[in-house]
Design a protein around this ligand. Sequence first.
Ligand SMILES: [Zn+2]
Length: 65
Amino acid sequence: MAMEIKDIKQQLTLAQVLDYYGLKPDKHLRLHCPFHDDKTPSLQVYYKTQSCYCFSTKPLKKQSQ
Ligand SMILES: [Zn+2]
C-alpha cells in the first residue's frame, strides 16, 4: 500500500528531502540552488522553519547602466 504524496510531504523533514535529492548544505546552511544554474551556493536553508530561500532568484528587471 503506497503512501499518498501529501502524507509523505507531511512526514518528511526538510533535511530528509534534501538528503533524498543528494543536496548537502554547507556550514552556513547554503546549497547550490537546484532550480537554476548556480555558480555559488545561493539557496539558504532554514531548518527551524523547514523552508529555504534562493537569494539568486530575483524578479527580472532591466539593468539601468
Ligand atoms: Zn535559485
